[in-house]
Ligand binder design. Structure first.
Ligand code: PMP
Length: 357
């Protein structure tokens, strides 16, 4: 007799950073924003009527799509929205990465890419970053079924210049190139201006980081109309109503307050730059992160040990037990007070730890 287990789609799932749920903790492990969403979001939430939930939401998510089109100066037909950028990326993998040729992405990058490739049975090839953890555009000049990378890259925070991105786009006009800009608002240049020249470019962004709405699950991408139409066909073949009523209303409210957005992202950038000087003072090495996290390695104490010591104090950072990066910590930039507590403990602990050697 056939065993049902033989017919199961076996996958190796993505492991998200933990959400410990403690009352008193400093959470610097999943790149959330330390500031609340724009005040207009809270107001819109209070004005919402549960009675409206009786009806299905707009499957075209017009309200949010139009607000995004206006904010970024593109046409609504160039915008696609999803349940976080994870949903948008998954949909894009399913839609555009559909050949026998391997898709390309860096060896050190967002660890969901190989998971989606596994789920959708997409062949892939991971291209090593150079010694300084940088993407080398020339390495992407080979036959492929598509290309994806974050800019800035995760978990390194390294920015790839627009010239380098353009080189990748130009030498791969036969493939869709996805630039995952989850962290772009913290100081890197967006690839959006390249859309005019490259019909194979898809730019993915999220409300989870710079708009402080990770809990709301809103992501989007911008590309040429034909790419977006292909994405919509796949979406409607999967789930017509990906965006719920709440996400549509609150996401739109967030976009209305440009000033708050500018102010909070500037505060994160300022705290990041200050945190870099503190980390340097304590003996850490790191690249020039343009994201809301710093990927750092201590000159003498193993990352795993520091991670454990912080954890015992209910200070959570991210540690990846993976080749090439197992001596690094990815530290999300919290607010100034959180970072001061973090550094106070770290400084005292490191002093004691180094004395005991
Ligand atoms: N891309 C990158 C590079 C990320 O780090 C994340 C956050 N885990 C995402 C996409 C997905 O974020 P979200 O689904 O919250 O938009």
């Amino acid at each position: 007799m056939r065993d049902w287990r033989e017919g199961v789609r076996r996958v190796t799932p993505y492991v998200p950073g933990e959400q410990p749920g403690q009352a008193r903790m400093i959470k610097l492990n999943t790149n959330e924003n330390p500031y609340p969403p724009a005040p207009g979001v809270e107001r819109a939430l209070r004005e919402m009527q549960a009675e409206k939930f009786r009806l299905y939401p707009d499957p075209e998510a017009r309200m949010l799509v139009e607000a995004l089109a206006e904010f970024y100066g593109v046409r609504p037909s160039q915008v696609f929205v999803g349940v976080g950028s994870d949903d948008v990326l998954a949909m894009a993998f399913l839609t555009f990465f559909n050949s026998e040729l391997p898709i390309l992405f860096p060896d050190i990058t967002y660890s969901f890419y190989d998971v989606w490739a596994g789920l959708f049975r997409i062949p892939y090839c991971q291209i090593p970053l150079d010694e300084q953890f940088r993407i080398v555009p020339g390495d992407y000049e080979r036959e492929n079924g598509g290309i994806v990378f974050p800019n800035p890259n995760a978990p390194t925070g390294e920015e790839l210049s627009l010239e380098a991105i353009e080189r990748i786009l130009d030498s791969n006009r036969g493939s869709v190139v996805i630039v995952d800009e989850a962290y772009v608002d913290f100081g890197a240049a967006t690839a959006l201006p390249l859309l005019e020249k490259y019909e194979n470019l898809l730019v993915v962004q999220t409300f989870s980081k710079s708009r402080s709405m990770a809990g709301m699950r809103i992501g989007f991408c911008i590309g040429n109309e034909e790419l977006i139409a292909c994405l919509n066909d796949v979406k409607y073949s999967f789930n017509s109503y990906t965006m719920d009523q709440t996400a549509l209303i609150l996401g739109t409210a967030a976009l209305r307050d440009r000033e708050y957005f500018e102010k909070t992202r500037a505060k994160v950038i300022e705290t990041r730059e200050w945190a870099k000087t503190e980390l340097r003072r304590l003996g850490f090495r790191f690249g020039d992160s343009k994201a809301n996290f710093i990927f750092a390695s201590h000159e003498s104490v193993p990352a795993r040990e520091i991670y454990q010591a912080l954890r015992e104090q209910h200070i959570y950072v991210r540690y990846f037990d993976k080749p090439r990066i197992d001596n690094y910590l990815r530290i999300t930039v919290g607010n100034r007070e959180e970072m001061e507590t973090f550094f106070r403990f770290l400084e005292a602990w490191l002093k004691e730890r180094l004395l005991s050697e």
